[in-house]
Design a protein around this ligand. Sequence first.
Ligand code: UD1
Length: 421
Amino acid sequence: MWIMPEFVIQGGNRLSGDIAVSGGKNAVLPIMAASVMAGSPCILHNAPDLVDVRVMSEILRSLGATVERVNQGRSLYIDPTALSSWVVDDTLMRQVRSSIFLIGPLVAKMGKATVSYPGGCDIGQRPIDQHLKGLSALGVVFEEAHGNIMAETGRLQGADIHLDIPSVGATENIMMCAAMADGMTVIRNAAKEPEIVDLQTFLNSMGARIRGAGTDVIRVEGVEALRGCEHAVMPDRIEVGTLMVGAAITTGDVYIKNAVAEHVQAVASKLREVGVTVSVPGKGIRVTGSRRLRPTDIKTLPYPGFPTDMQPQMMALLSIAEGTSVITETIFESRFKQAEELGRMGARIRTEGRTAIIKGVPRLSGARVVSSDLRSGASLVLAGLAADGQTIVSGVESIDRGYERLEHKLAALGAKIVRQG
Ligand code: UD1
């Protein structure tokens, strides 16, 4: 019988020591999609070995690319020169939301793309209208039939595009497609996330002419052809944030060696507000927990606001603060799945639509809980580290989508956590 893996956590151990995080999941996925536009192979250093990355590798292989792990597994070699298909397999597409990124690059390279509606974490409705609007402006024509989206273009033409909301994925998809369009594209109200800057760096190394990533206006001057390149993927800022909260929730003392402080300012600022010490010695970040945690209010916002991907982890921390905190989730509508599970561990959390009210309790107690999506899973693991007794987190597959060997990293810092099954 196949037994689904679980994390078994013995709570109450402080995290302490030095650790390095993996390359960013949300950075590597669009970069892998962009690599199909290259006329020669690409090498991506610091590419995390995650389930989502494996699925994306499988998708690229199904299109005719060669994808291999090299450099003792730390880098990804992608040779797209034999790309022969523009049809993304439905089963693979449903496993990873980022497959939507392939529309822009495939259309730019092959003139066509067929994809189905993407999968990914179930955290509420995730429309793709901004992707379609931007790509349409570049001259892509869409047809929908039987759950498939068929995209086709003659010649791509640069355009002035104003996004209704600063969607990360739409900004990336449009940047990639515009990189090979005729003339100039301007993306206004663009998302400003650091992963977009990383994508710009990668595309420019391929020969693209893009500037403005990291601000809300991105300018893309189209080029005829792109070439392969080497690129080091940025460190995963959500993994950094998760470990920061890990140090805080266990009153630990952790130094994250390769954290980029600027990327996690919103998280650092909230941790300081609740009484945790965050400093930036050398190239990394040090977080030292405090026995007494103050409550605070958090509202998730696009970067540089507080990231929705860190909201569940902060909820775990605030559940043991001395007082009442309020979290408002403005990005995704059903992102409080962890609240009920934290409740099983003794947390007092009430959710009403997009608001969660958290009444801090002195201690959490170990329980059997289920991870339903990536970040709520991380939140339950963190709660388990702080709780009295044993916590068993099932649904670990959802955590593996976005954290590379999370249990190994936590164990290296002194946590008692093992994977079972
Ligand atoms: C990316 C991240 C994800 C993160 C999210 C917000 C990747 C692979 N994933 O997801 O981890 O939680 O940013 O920081 O980078 N929307 C529309 N129409 C669209 C696109 C989005 O209405 O066409 C809405 C979404 O429903 C959501 C908001 O815009 O409410 C933000 O979504 P978006 O920035 O696109 O997130 P993703 O790129 O899917």
